[in-house]
Ligand binder design. Structure first.
Ligand code: UDP
Length: 322
């Protein structure tokens, strides 16, 4: 199948493109490299360097790709940044996405798969969180993703686009070739591993007074190869749907740091800091629907395995893609 992938030079997109190419699909990657890296694009894919806000470029690229499916990873995805620069999030994630949805409809694309997030729920009334929970985001990042979910629901309704929405919990881990490298790293696991590599003196813990057993935030970490697999299953299935993707188990910031210490064998110095604005205390998925309806079965459900693959990639690529 011909598949059009935005954000294919980014962290999650790079591993999905690799998975697509391994399965023999014909892939066009569309990325502005604002967050992604040219070296993260699988050489078997065609690469288009352009911005989603350039409507004509998006229309032309989708049309020229001949794609039957669009998979939309490209986004700004930092909770903290969204609290200080909301405009960037609404412009790129909503207005940019709209150009892509229009291009998909104009080119007769059949299927649209969208990377949404558990941040669309806000602090949940119950965990584990299934798809029926109300969506009440507490940061512009989550709000921008929710707004684009709404756009897609209407496009499904009115244009007959098949829409699959995945709400990711915390993407982590690496494949042999592709891993996590942000120019400014804000994510927990890579920041801890930087300390293990001797590239940083300590890791900050943002908030130690949350209503959780050890006072730090709890998240559900999910391997990017398992995320990629869920997208493959959605591509093969001719149906719309909304699915949470996580492992159903939560780990606190302190537990993640302890796991990284065990895997790397390094002592990780920590500095306790105030809470980071926009962080909900506890986000843990119920992915029962993805298991039942997609037949999705994660291959790397344990935090140990997730951290081990990340650690192996960071050791082999101490400078990331630089
Ligand atoms: N966090 C932390 N120190 C860091 C990075 C993150 O304490 O250097 C915390 C963050 O406040 C959150 C959790 O770790 O509670 C996961 O954050 P991350 O940015 O990795 O993912 P998010 O849940 O924001 O998507």
């Amino acid at each position: 199948m011909k598949v059009f992938v935005t954000g294919g030079a980014g962290y999650i997109g790079s591993v999905f493109v690799e998975t697509l190419c391994d399965a023999g699909h014909e892939v066009t990657v569309f990325d502005n490299l604002s967050e992604g890296h040219r070296g993260a694009v699988d050489p078997r894919a065609k690469f288009v360097l352009a911005d989603l806000n350039d409507r004509n470029a998006v229309l032309a690229a989708v049309r020229d790709s001949g794609a039957k499916a669009v998979v939309h990873f490209a986004a700004n995805a930092l909770v903290g940044e969204s609290m200080t620069n909301p405009s960037k999030y609404f412009r790129n994630n909503v207005a940019g996405g709209l150009n892509l949805a229009d291009a998909a409809v104009a080119a007769g694309v059949r299927k649209f798969i969208f990377s949404s997030t558990c941040a669309t729920y806000g602090p949940p009334d119950r965990v584990p969180m299934d798809e029926s929970l109300p969506q009440r985001p507490i940061n512009p990042y989550g709000e921008s993703k929710l707004m684009f979910e709404s756009v897609l629901r209407w496009y499904r309704e009115l244009h007959g686009l098949e829409v699959v929405i995945f709400r990711y919990f915390n993407a982590a881990g690496a494949s042999e070739q592709f891993g996590e490298h942000h120019r400014i790293e804000t994510h927990l696991i890579p920041n801890v591993l930087k300390v293990a590599l001797g590239q940083a003196s300590h890791v900050s813990i943002f908030g130690t007074d949350y209503p959780t057993p050890d006072g730090t935030c709890i998240r559900d970490y999910i391997h990017i190869a398992d995320l990629a697999q869920a997208h493959m299953l959605a591509l093969q299935r001719g149906k719309s749907g909304v699915f949470n993707l996580g492992n159903g188990e939560g780990f606190s910031v302190r537990e993640v740091i302890a796991t990284c210490e065990r895997i790397s064998g390094a002592k990780i110095s920590v500095v306790e800091q105030p809470r980071r604005p926009g962080d909900p205390p506890r986000l843990v998925a119920s992915a029962t629907k993805a298991h039942q309806e997609l037949g999705w079965k994660p291959r790397f459900p344990s935090l140990e395995d997730i951290v081990r693959t990340a650690w192996s990639w960071h050791q082999k690529h101490p400078g990331g893609y630089a």
